[in-house]
Design a protein around this ligand. Structure first.
Ligand SMILES: [Ca+2]
Ligand SMILES: [Ca+2]
Ligand SMILES: [Ca+2]
Ligand SMILES: [Ca+2]
Length: 364
């Protein structure tokens, strides 16, 4: 810094003098002007140096010290700024008296998050606006982010909250494309589709008092009969009976079928309802007249005491909670060949009669 200052010292002195001399000889021809000026300039410089009083010499030295330079706190020609001692490469005015801008490779603290100079780009670590490229800014950071949809990023969207492309098997439910995404076999999810639930009418017929199994009674005993029949036909999963006593029925007992909109199919694969809602609103797409072995049972009575909505149809027509075959008691039945509400709520029948039961898969 010392040398440039020293070299520039004579110039501020010479220029005013040359201008003065030019002003004193305005009529001089142009062709002699250069020579005269040069000669006079030299003389004047020498004269000034040799004849100046101590006072004027001091004044001249003072002017030279204030000569412009980057860092003097004054914006001079050629400088975009000059904040004096505050000039710094991480400040508004750089150490070279340039304004710190995005793209100069100099990090302006508290304004720029980054500045990689010419490497700034919206697909790079430092964006063209000098922000760090983060997941959620809508700018795809190549080789780090698989996607970035900005505020649309979400674990249920095409681009997840962590900037990964959604896919079947990532354990995240992509609303627009997946019905489910759960590797747990108990979830009944395959290839991100909800597995259907199997429904059949029992091949066996029972009187109002269901044959004993273990120590079970009432609805759990009926469930056990369904489970036994399903297992005998090689059907996997858990089964319960579409049957009600005075207080409980499928709507309060079939939890998984109501938790997800999965279809119900017969053992021959045909769909009888697209979901619990369509099952209970009716009508059925097909009658439930196929047994666990995919055999059609034809016209049959089926113990139910259940409305199409899955609730108890009556407070007393349930053969004493399916523990009595007394002919003086009734149990309500459905008709296996029907698709309207009669499929489950058709008429009372004496408990001494025999009828089938409907069995529904309720878990995987
Ligand atoms: Ca300056
Ligand atoms: Ca910068
Ligand atoms: Ca991003
Ligand atoms: Ca998924």
């Amino acid at each position: 810094m010392t040398n440039p200052l020293t070299r520039s010292r004579p110039r501020p002195q010479a220029r005013p003098l040359a201008l003065l001399l030019l002003a004193c000889h305005p009529a001089q021809p142009a062709d002699t002007d250069t020579t005269t000026t040069t000669t006079t300039d030299t003389t004047a410089t020498e004269t000034t140096a040799s004849t100046s009083s101590p006072t004027s010499s001091t004044s001249s030295t003072s002017t030279t010290t204030a000569a412009p330079f980057c860092g003097d706190g004054v914006q001079d020609p050629g400088e975009e700024c000059d904040d004096g001692q505050n000039n710094a490469d991480n400040a508004t005015c750089t150490a070279s008296c340039f304004l710190n801008v995005c793209g100069d490779g100099l990090l302006l603290s508290s304004v720029e998050e980054c500045d990689d100079g010419q490497k700034n780009a919206d697909n790079a670590a430092c964006t063209a606006s000098c922000f760090l490229n983060v997941c959620g800014d809508g700018l795809l950071l190549t080789s780090v982010e698989e996607c970035d949809d900005g505020q649309k990023n979400a674990d249920n969207a095409a681009c997840t909250a962590s900037c990964r492309l959604a896919f079947c098997g990532d354990g995240l439910l992509w609303d627009a494309a997946e019905a489910c995404d759960d590797p747990d076999p108990a979830a009944g999810c395959q290839d991100c589709s909800l597995l259907p639930l199997t429904v059949f009418v029992s091949s066996a017929e029972f009187k109002g008092k269901l044959p004993p199994l273990q120590d079970l009674q009432g609805l759990p005993l009926a469930d056990a009969h369904c489970q036994l029949l399903a297992a005998s036909a090689g059907l996997s999963g858990a089964y319960m009976a579409w049957l009600s006593d005075a207080s409980q029925g499928p709507s309060s007992r079939f939890l998984l079928p109501q938790a997800s909109p999965r279809p119900f199919v017969l053992t021959n694969g045909a769909t009888l309802a697209q979901s619990w809602t369509s099952l209970t609103q009716g009508p059925l797409l097909l009658p439930i007249d196929t047994d666990e072995a995919a055999q059609n049972v034809g016209s049959s009575s089926v113990w139910t005491n259940t409305t199409p909505q899955g609730d108890p149809a009556s407070q007393d027509a349930h053969c004493s909670a399916w523990s009595s075959s007394d002919f003086k008691l009734n149990g309500r039945i459905g008709a296996a060949t029907e698709t309207d509400p009669n499929w489950t709520n058709f008429a009372p029948s004496q408990c001494s009669n025999s009828a089938r039961i409907y069995c529904f898969q309720v878990a995987f």
